[in-house]
Every structure is written in C-alpha cells, then in structure tokens.
Design a protein around this ligand. Structure first.
Ligand SMILES: Nc1ncnc2c1ncn2[C@@H]1O[C@H](COP(=O)(O)OP(=O)(O)O)[C@@H](O)[C@H]1O
Ligand SMILES: [Mg+2]
Length: 376
C-alpha cells in the first residue's frame, strides 16, 4: 500500500505526459523539462505516462526521469491506473504485477499534454470529475483555445485582430478559387482546426497545392481552416501567467526566426532540425508594438476563458501597432529545452522553479475558489 496524499509536507503532483495526439513526443520532451524544474524537496512527483492508445500507466520507474534524460520514456510494463471520479485525486492501481492492488492519492495534477485529448478540455473534464486541482485552463478555456475556428470567432468578438479565415468540413469545403476570392488572396494557409506543432499545416498557392493541403489537414481533423497567408510577417510570441490572486501577467514578447531552409515554422523547424529556428527573447519591437502585443495577449487570454498559463502567438507586419494579429492561443505551451514559454519568463528573471511555484499555487487557489461555489 502506497501512502495517501497529504501525509507529508511535500505536495504530491501527478505529471501526465505522452498522450494520444500527434504531439505525443513533444509532450515527453516537455515533461522531462518540467520534472527538472520541480523542487524534489517540496514536491513528490508521480510521473503518469499516457500511451498512444490512451492507457494511463504508473511510470514511477523506467522513464528516464532520474537520469536527466531530455525526454521521458513510456514504460512498457508499468501498472495501469485509473483516476477515481469524486476521489479527490485518488488513483487505483489496476494491475500491480507483483505488487498488491493499491491506491495512490494525488494533491494536484499537471497535464503536460499537447493537442487533442490533452489540451482540448477532455483531460480537464476528467480531472474536474475526479475533484483534483490541476494546472492550467479548465474545460472551457482549453476547448475554446484548441479549436482554431471557435477561438478566432471569440477573438473577433472581442475585437482582437486576426487574419481573414474560413472554416470548412469535407461537406462545405470551398474550391481554391472561391476560397481565394473570399479571403482576398491566392496565397493561403490550410490547417486542421484542432492540432498543434504545425502538424497538418501547409501553404497553398495553386489549385493542386490546395487540394493536397486540404487532404493533409483532413488527416488530423474533420474541420479545417483556410487562412490568408501573412507573407513575410514576423512570428512573435507572448507568455501569459495568471497569479493565484487572479492578476494576469504578460512577458515581454519573443520572436521565432525560422531558418531559410524551411518554408515556414514547420514541425521539423520546431523540433527536428537543431538549426530550424532561432529564438529571440526579448524580440526587437518598437514600444508601441510591444505594448500592443502584451495588451492583445491579455485580451485573448480573457476572451478565451484561459486560466493559469497560455502562450499567445502573433503575426507582426511592418505596419507598427496596426500590423499586429493574433494567430493562436496555446493553453499548454511547450516546455521543451528550446521552448519559448519558459524562456520568456527566464528573460524576465523568473526561473522555471519559480514559475512552477506560481502555477501550482494558482491551481490550488482556483480549486478552492471553485469548490466554494454554491452549485453543488
Ligand atoms: N495565415 C498564415 N500566414 C503565414 N504563416 C502561417 C499562417 N498560418 C500558419 N502559418 C505558419 O504555420 C505555422 C503553424 O501554424 P499555426 O496556426 O501556428 O498552427 P499550430 O497550432 O500547429 O502551431 C505558423 O507558426 C506559421 O509559421
Ligand atoms: Mg503555432
């Protein structure tokens, strides 16, 4: 029998990583970094691996965690676990192998998962049902930010500038000519509505490229977005952090400069090619541009009902503060060794350890606030 939560002074944190989405590998990189940033004197970490087919495994051994590995492994023979609805963080270990069946209690969960089933409100719903505090946005903020179509409609409603777009399913997909006419350009971007890490994203400047781009996006989602291409725009990102009090902080923006060998900021440029992109933190922006980016980052965070943390990504054209457009909001931004979210806070003098403390304190404060609501 493993002891329950709350027995020691240390908080027991379940670190969820892996997951079913195409961003499984990115999550394993992020989780290894987050693990390193959590002070073992104050936090007891229970790594929980989610396999590509969605099973939860108690990954307390054989995941490379203690070795300083850059990526956490999904162990092959670890016991499967289940989170108990209403259990306040209690997990039941379903198949202990040589161990006797046992329970384990978590004080808090950090879902370090990207993409569908991790960043889209599904896990957050399971954690709500379990009545366990967790880091980051809830069901609504996660789902609204993950779906680029829904997110853009909410941003537009809040008068946050976005690039002209249309959303379509296979039944409503416009021809290339019609899409080009609606969006005012023959230079288009096609992307799945729910995905990330540039998976399934392509540029289309001809009928043939458009056909291929749509087929590619439909591999990942039943809904896609077609957008006007912002040719030559700079890619600017801003980290948003909500303090336990509810105050929302924004970092000075950073810039992603993809190398010339990549057509845009592709998956390869992000994670495969070590020279795929350079990060500049902080970005070289005018004061007016920086102010605009930070204001819009906070507005977007509020418009999409985000909580805890988010990275808001922008396209910035040379037109001063008028040339700032929000591209997307990531509610569980990457935490890999090269990721912008923690880098931008570090450039502000906030170390990952301090960032974790704020995220954890926010998760606990939010849980307490929600538990005090009278709907129950
Ligand atoms: N409308 C656009 N104009 C120019 N580049 C774009 C556009 N949309 C996407 N891109 C390029 O594709 C990348 C990935 O697209 P994005 O919408 O951010 O999806 P993801 O959620 O996969 O990161 C962007 O970082 C950018 O390089
Ligand atoms: Mg992006």
């Amino acid at each position: 029998m493993i002891s329950g939560a709350m027995t020691g002074a240390r908080k027991r944190i379940g670190l969820l990583f892996g997951g079913r989405s195409a961003e499984h590998d990115v999550s394993r990189l992020s989780a290894a970094n987050i693990l390193r940033a959590l002070d073992p004197d104050r936090y007891e970490i229970i790594p929980i691996a989610i396999t590509r087919d969605g099973r939860w495994l108690l990954a307390d051994r054989g995941n490379g965690a203690g070795t300083g590995a850059s990526s956490l492994e999904i162990p092959q023979d670890a016991p499967q676990i289940a989170l108990i609805p209403g259990g306040g963080g209690a997990l039941v270990i379903l198949d202990g192998g040589s161990r006797a069946p046992s329970q384990l209690g978590l004080d808090l969960v950090f879902p370090v998962l990207h993409g569908p089933n991790g960043e889209d409100g599904t896990i957050q719903g399971a954690l709500e049902l379990a009545r366990v505090p967790f880091i980051g946005s809830g069901v609504m903020g996660s789902a609204a930010s993950m779906d680029k179509d829904i997110a853009k409609r909410l941003l537009r409603e809040s008068r946050v500038p976005i690039v002209p777009f249309l959303a379509a399913t296979a039944q409503t997909l416009p021809t290339y000519g019609d899409a080009a006419e609606t969006l005012g350009s023959r230079d288009l971007f096609v992307k799945p509505a729910n995905m990330g890490s540039s998976v399934g994203v392509s540029r289309a400047r001809s009928e043939e490229e458009y056909r291929r781009a749509c087929a590619q996006a439909f591999r990942y989602d039943v809904k896609l977005l077609v957008e006007r291409s912002v040719a030559g725009a700079r890619e600017i990102e801003c980290s948003v952090l909500e303090y336990p009090s509810g105050e929302i902080g924004t970092s000075p923006p950073g810039e992603i400069v993809p190398s010339d060998s990549h057509e845009f900021y592709t998956y390869d440029a992000k994670y495969i090619d070590p020279d795929g992109a350079r990060l500049r933190a902080p970005a070289d922006l005018s004061l007016a541009q920086e102010t605009r980016v930070r204001t819009l980052a906070r507005d977007s965070f509020r418009a999409l009902a985000c909580e805890g943390l988010a990275r808001v990504d922008f396209f910035v054209t040379p037109d001063g503060a008028d040339g700032v457009f929000v591209n997307e909001v990531n509610t569980l931004p990457g935490f890999t060794a090269i990721s912008m979210y923690p880098k931008l806070w570090e450039a502000e003098g906030m170390k990952p350890e301090a960032l974790m403390d704020i995220l954890i304190a926010h998760a606990l404060a939010r849980h307490e606030r929600r538990s005090a609501l009278a709907w129950e």
